[in-house]
Design a protein around this ligand. Structure first.
Ligand code: ATP
Ligand code: LTN
Length: 334
């Protein structure tokens, strides 16, 4: 608890331009939750280097991502928006938690299996211990709740296991976090293969809507979206393409799938795809406009980066000192 509010932590990697999946599955919920909780939203750049990055490009993407957090509606005066690399406690707690995590647990992580298949030439130890660093992110702030997309639930589970293990040995040190999944949009699928999740690292640019895609591009991508052969709009597992488009429309409009099916009764795929495309474009437009405005407000953003890194460091250090004491590191002499 901070000032009688429960704590929320979440983060995104600066590995590419964020997609509609990241927005509907995570960022949009972050904004909704931001009044209720004391929030920490990190650009998790330490996680990004588990995959080889171009340094200049990484720096630029991280800045854009941080700016997008604000453009999407997170007030940086109320929410602590910061770069993970500016708070050394993440790495320090990560190391300690490495020593409380079993290789058997890490061997089961599906993201590790997927990413090592994708980057077979660079299966590094960081990629393997990635979930422990993620656990450190969350536990460092004693987070009660962690809003994520469905693909991250396994990492939340291991975070809880590590925290419980640590607490069993040393007493109540860590808050046990709960995942938060939004109602709609928890798993947005690729527009080209609706059995795969929409991902910012997909090689096919038509498979993903990027947050900064312009209106024409968005509509074109939806027009080309792979759908099914039944030519009617139903919400069922046999029509994964239409299912995905209904989920997207639902997440943008707050209409239920039933209402959407009723709205498009008797209409064809073409009409529906256009409606989804226009709705997504209208949803993203204000975020894009604000992003481009903010990009030119360098001093303002720099100020936020500095202030929030200090705030994050303050809370991180509090937990870290407690943990260091528990495991038996010597007291600091002041
Ligand atoms: P990559 O594609 O590079 O593996 P990613 O987009 O899956 O990256 P992150 O940037 O780390 O991964 O994800 C940030 C947040 O967005 C996480 O909470 C994740 O669960 C959520 N997310 C990612 N993809 C989707 C999706 N297709 N649908 C819903 N939520 C998603
Ligand atoms: N692993 C997440 C990104 C991430 C995160 C976190 C999310 C890193 N640390 C802490 C929530 C809380 C991902 O790949 N989507």
């Amino acid at each position: 608890m901070i000032d009688n509010k429960k704590v929320l932590f979440s983060g995104m990697q600066a590995t590419g331009t964020i997609t509609l999946g990241n927005y509907l599955g995570a960022l949009k919920n972050w904004v909704t939750l931001s009044d209720e909780y004391e929030c920490f939203y990190s650009v998790v750049d330490l996680h990004s280097i588990t995959v080889r990055q171009d340094p200049a490009e990484l720096r630029k993407r991280a800045r854009n991502l941080l700016t997008l957090y604000i453009a999407a509606g997170l007030d940086p005066k109320k929410n602590c928006i910061y770069y993970q690399s500016h708070v050394s406690g993440h790495a320090e707690l990560g190391w300690i938690l490495d020593c409380f995590t079993y290789m058997g647990e890490l061997n089961r992580m599906t993201q590790f299996k997927d990413k090592s298949a994708k980057h077979a030439d660079n299966i590094n130890a960081g990629l393997y211990t990635y979930p422990v660093l993620m656990a450190a992110d969350i536990l460092l702030f004693q987070a009660d709740v962690v809003p994520v997309g469905k693909d991250q639930l396994q990492h939340l589970e291991i975070t809880r296991d590590i925290a419980e293990r640590f607490n069993n040995i040393y007493g109540d040190v860590f808050t046990i976090p709960e995942p938060y999944l939004g109602k709609a949009g928890a798993k947005i699928m690729s527009l080209q293969d609706p059995t795969k999740k929409m991902s910012k690292s997909d090689e096919n640019a038509n498979a993903s809507i990027f947050l900064l895609d312009d209106t024409d591009t968005i509509i074109r991508k939806f027009k080309r979206a792979v759908t099914d052969s039944e030519a009617c709009i139903r919400y069922c597992d046999e029509q994964p393409g239409i299912h995905n488009l209904i989920d997207i429309y639902s997440a943008c409009t707050s209409k239920t799938p039933e209402e959407i099916v009723a709205e498009f009764e008797g209409k064809g795929y073409g009409d529906f795809k256009l409606a989804v495309g226009e709705t997504v474009a209208n949803t993203l437009k204000p975020v894009q406009d604000r992003f481009y405005e903010l990009q030119s407000e360098k001093a303002y953003i720099d100020g936020i980066i500095k202030e929030n890194a200090e705030k994050a460091n303050y809370y991180a250090t509090k937990t870290l000192r407690k943990v260091q004491k528990k495991v038996g590191f010597p007291e600091r002499i002041r």
